[in-house]
Ligand binder design. Structure first.
Ligand SMILES: Cc1ncc(COP(=O)(O)O)c(C=O)c1O
Length: 403
């Protein structure tokens, strides 16, 4: 067999960046917490501007062996050239926006995305002179129509948080590149087990490592993966100077979580499909949205673009959602009523559409109609964990019943 054969995803998720350590001979890598490193004065300068890929570790805000090993693994798993990690997903995305956009530039953002990103774009970026408009990224004509001569970046999540609407990555990348702009994809809800946005033409991939990639709900982290030159500039201009570096301890935990990413994603998908199918036939449920169900409005795109449909689903109840939410909080045993996603425990919470309208910026007309097509008056956003699917179905059934 040829030695150039690319190894399997799980093999790489375990081994890349983790050779047996010289010195300790430890099989699992040591956690290096040191904030500074001995360096040869001929190999590194004091300014971050002299930094290149050959520069050794100098100071922990720039890089550490533990964080660098995680970055090598992330770049490999996303089929990217390099990765840069941050203290959180928001740290990564804000560093990319502020590190690549200048006053006078224009950003086209998906009109449905994680609330922190929507609020950053609406409230903070205009203060730096960056223009922002939103578009429905499931509608390619709407994306094209939003492009301006000064558009520098397009940004979408797929599946998007919270409604699980999808974006055709290859098609939007083509629109962005025809306009001389870059396209970034937040792939937190898909993971590289499902989708590799860089291979479909995206320029940047972002992850909240806090979610599936760590997988156990015990470490915040974020990453951007992309071309080496772009990542080098971002390391100097945004990581080192904005200072949102990932802690080595969290990097070490996230590295450990990545070892089981592929098997966890298979189990998340299997469980989610079983719970989604069960809910779809439950008399108390109005609608279920799950990219792995034929009833998802973009099922064909999901089949084409996702090799795993992950563990996120939403449902609407026939009874008033706020009332059901109170009962869920009191009665659920195997689900936890909490935000976040992508961990071993199943989580859910209720998102009234009225709350989204308050926090989001331009959900009117066709944009609002598209949101409502997926979410009605409100959805339960569910992250299906790794418990037994039968227990999860039984837990939802007992909590859906009125006392
Ligand atoms: C899709 C998506 N992107 C980014 C973030 C932000 O990540 P973090 O909480 O790690 O800052 C989240 C958090 O929920 C998210 O769901």
């Amino acid at each position: 067999m040829s030695s150039s054969r690319k190894k399997a995803f799980s093999t790489r998720s375990i081994h890349v960046g983790e050779p047996t350590e010289a010195g300790t001979q430890a099989v699992e890598p040591s956690l290096v917490l040191s904030t500074n490193f001995v360096f040869n004065p001929d190999e590194a300068g004091f300014s971050a501007e002299t930094l290149d890929e050959k520069t050794p570790n100098v100071y922990a805000r720039w890089s550490t062996p533990t964080v660098r090993a995680l970055e090598a693994k992330l770049a490999d798993l996303e089929d990217g050239e390099d990765a840069l990690s941050f203290a959180s997903g928001m740290g990564a995305i804000s560093a990319l926006f502020l590190g690549t956009l200048r006053g006078g530039d224009h950003l086209v953002l998906s009109d449905v995305c994680y609330a922190g990103v929507a609020e950053l774009a609406r409230n903070t970026l205009p203060g730096f002179g960056i223009e922002v408009t939103t578009a429905n990224f499931s509608d390619l004509d709407a994306v094209s129509a939003a492009i301006r001569p000064n558009t520098k970046l397009l940004w979408a999540e797929t599946p998007c948080n919270p409604i699980l609407r999808l974006t055709d990555i290859a098609a939007v990348a083509a629109i962005a590149h025809a306009a001389g702009a870059r396209f970034g994809v937040d792939s937190t809800m898909a993971t590289p087990v499902a989708t590799k946005p860089l291979t479909l033409g995206a320029d940047y991939v972002a992850h909240s490592l806090t979610k599936y990639l760590n997988g156990h709900g015990d470490a915040l982290g974020g990453a951007i993966i992309g071309r080496k030159e772009a990542m080098g500039k971002l390391r100097q201009g945004a990581l080192i100077h904005f200072g949102g570096a990932l802690s080595p301890f969290n990097a070490w935990l996230i590295r450990r979580g990545l070892h089981t990413l592929e098997v966890r994603m298979k189990a998340h998908q299997e469980n989610a499909l079983r719970v989604a199918s069960y809910l779809e036939s439950h008399p108390a449920i109005r609608r279920v949205i799950y990219p792995g169900l034929p009833s998802h409005p973009q099922y064909a795109l999901a089949q084409r673009q996702m090799t795993n449909t992950a563990g996120m689903l939403t449902f609407q109840t026939k009874e008033d959602g706020a009332e059901v939410a109170r009962r869920f909080y009191r009665k659920l045993q195997d689900f936890t009523y909490a935000v976040s996603l992508g961990k071993q425990r199943s989580l859910l919470f209720y998102i009234p559409t009225a709350d989204i309208l308050q926090s989001s910026f331009s959900l009117q007309g066709a944009a609002l109609a598209s949101y409502r097509e997926y979410a009605g008056d409100g959805i339960f956003r569910v992250s299906i964990g790794l418990e037994g699917a039968e227990d999860l179905c039984a837990d939802l059934d007992q909590a859906l019943r009125k006392e």
